[in-house]
Design a protein around this ligand. Structure first.
Ligand code: FE2
Length: 461
């Protein structure tokens, strides 16, 4: 497929150079620069042209011809360069804004912001690709890695220098190692839309390792109450998922995940009422990592009823639940929540988003295989976690005859948890039964049959 293009009809060559270099360096777009009407007529019906842009006055002469050629043809979003703020409110330009909501005035002084938001509104592919380009640039330029600004906001003091990235791409130091975090400064940046600050890789790794070791030792304390254990499990799942996304898998993440398995098993030994545990966890349901924790308990109850309750089996399933969706970035949580490709929410997505969803199980598997330390069973559960008993799932579209029982147990609890979280804030048993019914009778057939009945027994439904 040829690259999406911007057709730029220019009068000022230095503007054309500036804009085309800027766009091609920052977006996955190619710029076709033309300066005589004959040339834009040659390109105007090219299907790979997605946007039109000009610095000509679109009310007269060649600028008007270019504007009309687009209006009478493919009606692409049209960006008109304004030289002063007054142009934007000039009444003689009313026709331009009225013709399409996708038409916009852009200003040279805010070209990057304007174009990012305009391209993004029209093509999600461009936003995702831009994010990737930014991430790659960060990697190439320095040893600095992105740290979510919320994370810094929670700290009293910073371990290691913290940097902020300027729109020019340069980094400036915001805090020195050991500085107290000035909450109002950070909060201010957050309100202005800054999502990430930057730290040296070693500093971040050191902090993450310390946090994970601390959580691990707290989780292993025998005197904790069930409530304290659950809180620590939630924090641990979140920490492992965050760190692994930033840094990849290392020993501390694996050791903490092992401790989560022990702690889940511990809580299950003490509590006979899984339903109560799940209801408590649902109070935190807005958090992505809550899904993992709820599923861990449902899996724990299910494996006990299946007679699979060895530590090794629960460990495989909990590992799959912690790592199955780590092929998504933080900005793609809304995609991680989509279960069914036949749903309306899926159909409404841009094609790149559909590809991201369909590719995430295999992406996670590739990443995990490259790190080593994962067993074949965990890898295949993760690869199969979006297959469906009726064969409508992905990536392979296998059905209940070909999905092994352990993956079937995982799929049942994964789909149940997600649907339950979407259904109710304070679910009772009736809602729970309705959610289970809504999954469909295929979830209780062939290889799903035993896990399904074990699940019902575990939840006393
Ligand atoms: Fe998933």
């Amino acid at each position: 497929m040829s690259k999406a293009k911007v057709l730029l009809f220019y009068q000022d060559p230095s503007f054309a150079e500036f804009v085309s270099v800027h766009i091609e360096a920052n977006f996955p777009l190619e710029v076709l620069c033309v300066n005589i009407p004959d040339k834009f007529h040659g390109y105007i019906s090219d299907p790979s042209v997605k946007f039109c842009m000009t610095d000509h006055d679109i009310r007269t002469g060649g600028g008007r011809l270019f504007y009309l050629a687009n209006k009478n043809g493919k009606k692409r979003p049209f960006f008109f360069l304004c030289t002063s703020e007054e142009d934007d409110t000039d009444k003689s330009l009313a026709f331009f804004f009225k013709d399409s909501k996708k038409h916009h005035a852009v200003f040279l002084h805010s070209l990057d912001e304007d174009l990012t938001s305009l391209f993004g509104k029209n093509y999600k592919e461009i936003v995702y690709a831009k994010e990737n380009i930014e991430a790659l640039k960060d990697k190439e330029i320095s040893n600095l890695i992105r740290v979510r600004i919320h994370h810094i906001l929670k700290l009293e003091k910073v371990n290691g220098d913290v940097y902020v990235k300027l729109p020019s791409g340069k980094y400036i130091k915001m805090f020195n190692s050991g500085d107290e975090v000035r909450k109002d400064t950070v909060q201010n940046m957050l309100e202005k839309g800054v999502k990430f600050l930057y730290q040296a890789r070693e500093d971040y790794q050191e902090i993450a390792d310390k946090v994970m070791e601390n959580l691990k030792s707290k989780l292993s304390e025998k005197s904790l109450s069930t409530g304290e254990k659950i809180k620590l499990q939630l924090a641990s799942v979140k920490q492992v998922q965050d760190t692994v996304k930033n840094m990849g898998i290392n020993d501390s993440a694996i050791e903490l995940t092992d401790e989560i398995v022990n702690s889940v098993q511990d809580v299950l030994k003490d509590s006979k009422n899984i339903w109560k545990l799940v209801s408590n966890l649902l109070k935190n349901k807005s958090y992505f990592f809550t899904r993992t924790s709820i599923q861990n308990y449902l899996l724990g109850g299910l494996v006990q009823e299946m007679g699979w309750d060895s530590h090794a089996t629960l460990k495989k399933l909990v590992y799959a639940s912690v790592f199955c969706d780590f092929g998504f970035t933080d900005n793609q949580k809304h995609l991680a929540e989509i279960l069914v490709c036949e749903s309306d929410e899926f159909r409404k997505l841009a094609s790149i988003e559909k590809e991201i969803i369909k590719g995430h199980p295999r992406r996670a598997v590739e990443l995990l295989k490259s790190k080593g330390g994962f067993l074949t069973d965990e890898i295949s559960i993760i690869e199969q976690h979006h297959e469906k008993p009726d064969g409508s799932g992905f990536p392979r579209g296998i059905d209940f005859k070909h999905i092994p029982p352990m993956s079937a147990a995982f799929i049942l609890t994964y789909d149940f948890t997600q649907t339950l979280m979407e259904t109710s804030n304070v679910p009772d048993k009736n809602i729970c039964i309705r959610v289970l019914d809504s999954l469909g009778s295929d979830y209780s057939k062939v290889n799903f049959e035993k896990p399904f009945h074990a699940f019902k027994t575990a939840l006393k439904l």
